[in-house]
Design a protein around this ligand. Structure first.
Ligand SMILES: NC(=O)c1ccc[n+]([C@@H]2O[C@H](COP(=O)([O-])OP(=O)(O)OC[C@H]3O[C@@H](n4cnc5c(N)ncnc54)[C@H](OP(=O)(O)O)[C@@H]3O)[C@@H](O)[C@H]2O)c1
Length: 212
């Protein structure tokens, strides 16, 4: 059976995307770490729409967990026809003051997980001659981000990577799209501990003055 796989579907943008796919009749695999939120979403969507929703609880920043997800879908004959690489987070700190583990984890989730799932499911799609991959980038992809340097760079990576492989896959039946939202009210700001937004705004104003 064909499915749309949405990572980070337990809240925010991922949950809204999952709801939209459900409204359009897609069966879903929803993945994130928080089991109860995913189960609630499954119950809600299966009640409202004539679709199947599979919950997959995983920390996608771990390679073994991503392999487990892939093996699960393979062994259950779940064809991922649309992959939405949405799971991601930010961190607000000067790079040298930030916790190393958190920065590493951010790159692992925002970039490596996205690359890895694209690699695994992208190859399946290419073999079938059809499929769609939607990668969550950000407006942050278009500039440097002092006090959120790794986050901004991670989103630049997502945009550049997506554009490049979209080109490589031309004619294969597989498309790759990067979504670049601006600030959106979700759990993101709290998770990123964005206490430096004032500083970032001050920097942006200074930069704008210099460019004038
Ligand atoms: N909000 C914005 O202003 C904004 C703007 C541009 C781009 N974006 C991008 O949009 C995407 C979604 O962000 P959001 O704003 O919706 O943030 P959010 O509300 O914090 O949601 C993040 C989602 O990712 C999941 N997640 C986090 N760490 C994970 C992990 N290790 N393994 C698996 N799932 C994990 C979270 O679920 P669990 O905690 O249950 O794991 C949650 O479902 C991100 O890639 C973000 O960079 C956001």
């Amino acid at each position: 059976m064909a499915y749309t796989l949405v990572t980070g579907a337990s809240g925010g943008i991922g949950m809204e995307l999952a709801k939209e796919f459900a409204r359009n009749g897609h069966n879903l695999i929803i993945a994130a770490r928080t089991s109860d939120k995913l189960e609630m979403l499954k119950t809600d969507l299966e009640k409202k729409h004539n679709i199947e929703v599979e919950v997959f609880v995983a920390d996608l920043s771990c390679e073994e967990e991503r392999n487990r997800l892939y093996s699960y879908t393979q062994s259950h004959n779940m064809e991922v026809e649309i992959l939405v690489n949405n799971a991601g987070f930010g961190d607000s700190n000067a790079f040298l003051d930030a916790a190393w583990e958190r920065q590493r984890n951010m790159v692992e989730l925002n970039n490596l997980a996205l690359m890895h799932l694209t690699y695994l499911y992208g190859n399946e799609m290419k073999k079938r001659g059809c499929g769609k991959i939607l990668n969550l980038s950000s407006v942050a992809a278009f500039s440097a981000g002092p006090y959120m340097s790794i986050y901004y760079a991670s989103k630049g990576f997502v945009l550049s990577f997506s554009e490049a492989i979209h080109e490589e896959l031309k004619g294969s039946g597989v498309t790759v799209t990067a979504l670049c939202p601006g600030p959106t009210a979700t759990g993101f700001e709290k998770n990123a501990e964005m206490k430096n937004t004032k500083t970032t705004r001050k920097f942006a104003r200074k930069l704008a003055r210099k460019l004038n």
